[in-house]
Ligand binder design. Structure first.
Ligand SMILES: [Zn+2]
Length: 109
């Protein structure tokens, strides 16, 4: 479940719990295996999709770049998350006021 503003489109990551949170998603066994694979500067191939996942500049992303990108993405999520759990959100903001545009237009989805 997450919240978004129907006025200005502000949003944050899904609410976090034991099974879904930045820590669980950053420190996966797959990422740890990649770190010790001896192939940090080889092109990152998604096992799920069996293809390149993206480009950095004009070259396919390497395993090293993938790991750094993942860590930055989750660090960014931690910086931006306004409310960690749905309970915290409902207690602190019962009127659903958007932290960006200050209108009472937050929607739970
Ligand atoms: Zn808003």
């Amino acid at each position: 479940m997450f919240i978004y503003c129907e006025n200005c489109k502000w949003t944050q990551d899904d609410f976090w719990h034991e099974g879904y949170n930045p820590y669980e998603y950053m420190y996966t066994q797959g990422n740890k295996d990649l770190l010790f694979s001896g192939k940090l500067d080889e092109v990152f191939m998604s096992e799920k999709y069996d293809r390149y996942l993206g480009y950095i500049g004009n070259h396919p992303m390497t395993n090293r770049e993938f790991l750094v990108k993942e860590m930055r993405r989750w660090a960014d999520t931690i910086e931006k998350q306004r409310w960690i759990t749905i309970e915290e959100y409902r207690k602190e903001n019962p009127e659903g006021m958007c932290p960006n545009c200050k209108r009472k237009t937050l929607i739970e989805d």
